[in-house]
Design a protein around this ligand. Sequence first.
Ligand code: F6R
Length: 612
Amino acid sequence: MCGIVGFTGITPAVPILLDGLERLEYRGYDSAGVAVVSPREGLQIQKCKGRLQVLRDKLDSQPPLTGTAGIGHTRWATHGEPNDVNSHPHVSQNGRVAIVHNGIIENYVEIKQFLLHKGVTFRSDTDSEVVAQLLEYCFNDHTDPLDAVYAVLERLEGAYALGILCADRPDMLIAARKDAPLLLGYGDGESFIASDATAIIAHTRDVAYMADGEVAVLTRAGIQVFDEYRRPVEKERHFIEWDVSAAEKGGYAHFMFKEIMEQPEALRRTISPRLREGQVAFDELAMTAEDVRRFRRIFIVACGSSYHVGMVGKYNLEKLMRTPVEVALASEFRYSAPLVGADDLVIVISQSGETLDTMAALREAKSLGARVLSIVNVVGSSIARESDDVLYTWAGPEIAVATTKAYSTQLALLTMLGLWMARCLGRVDSAEYAAIVSELEALPDKLAKVIASTDIYQYLASLYFNQQCIFYIGRNLDYALGLEGSLKLKEISYIHSESYAAGELKHGTISLIEPGSLVMSLATYAPLLDKAVSNIAEVRSRGADVVVLTTEEHAERMGSIASHVLTVPGTHPVLQPNLGVVPLQLFAYYVALHRGCDIDKPKNLAKSVTVE
Ligand code: F6R
């Protein structure tokens, strides 16, 4: 939520900030703004409600803002409606400082009251403005900006990634972080801050991830970092493996479509390095077979689509390992006094590695003594850093708000982990092990076959884009798959959608089925195909149109009872959802396209959810 970028160097800051904000816009897009500082003009700000283009147009219609140090922000509103005044950057009363903030200042009311009593006038309804006002107030006692920043941070409660400019230090930018992502970029005679690497990748691939409590002082000469006690910190630098083209649309109409099409390659990157001579090999794991034998239970904790990966994982891991697996929504787990202990493994799944609820669940699990393994896409993210073990998905940057390639790679990796643990426990026989490994090797090519033609999805979308509600039904792995298909549809097309375990339908929901209702029946799980056939008959006899998703092998049988059939190649059952999800992504995409929705930036959403 919210994207931050900051720059100090020798070239004008505004073009670099706008370019960075464009790449961060997926993190929040209800308003945007920039502030720069120059020796002659001091602080200059432009900000407004709306997409980044509105800000660009405003900036184009006025004399250029001069300054070679600046901060930029794209907002996802929490406190205060999206309007010009509530947009960032926020400037202090007397114009001494400007700040951009991502996160929530939980004690902002108390700080605001304090400052109001001191005669400070506030302009916005945001929690963030208190940071700017308090900083200026602290300049009464501190002449050194860093002293003042530390005095402010001491009083803040909540989460923050901050970029700070001071009117009388036109060469300098200060950054601070607690529970919200922020990274530092090291350039040649220039320095950067950003919420994620996509914002600065065009300028530098040499980065360091700020840790909680750290403060950084950036000038064109370099970056100094201090810990919460103001001791200098030597940061570990990382080289970003992907380049700027990975974060661009590359001729596709939408990032979502591009990312759907990238799935075979993303899967290859996830799977291939971890298969050696017919075995799953996780060189990156500190966890040993001995540890695996010690686990009594496994918990999978995540939010949204990552949680849906966990739902598939529960079926697969229990089947392969015969160890009980519980899947929990991170936002519920942390407040449920979870019965987790030292003999349990907690698997945390997160594309961004920054989701606040997931992070809090991870900390809860660790405090209870559990071992935490995370499956994460963003290298160096908070969740990755705080886990005992990390498996990176290597999906590359995912820009569309609706996840596709991250989901696919998480799913493949979780199944591989289950297979590896099952082997540690001696609970999978060699024939089945070999069959799954061989299907893992074939998976990227099979997926490429699924996306080779999109005509059928476009056709179905043209028939059904005006539906009021679409139901997804399935059993076992198909039920877990339906949860993701339904979420994909509703988040980008705004059609109401429900996903049900097919056997549950007649316990209530079937009353909603009427002539013309659309039911997506997921029937890829071979052992329960007969049951799927019965459920299809139940809704067909009540007048529903039924689109069946099944494997090529069963297309004919399903074709005789369905309105339309979608097929995917067959594979081992534990990997079938990896192929089944793609038609659901494409159907959702084309429905949203027909409805004229803003596919990459659906309303009310943001890519990285760093607030509760
Ligand atoms: C839906 C989607 C979200 C995320 C959820 C968790 O398409 O992307 O539901 O899956 O917000 O995000 P991460 O995986 O970054 O923790």
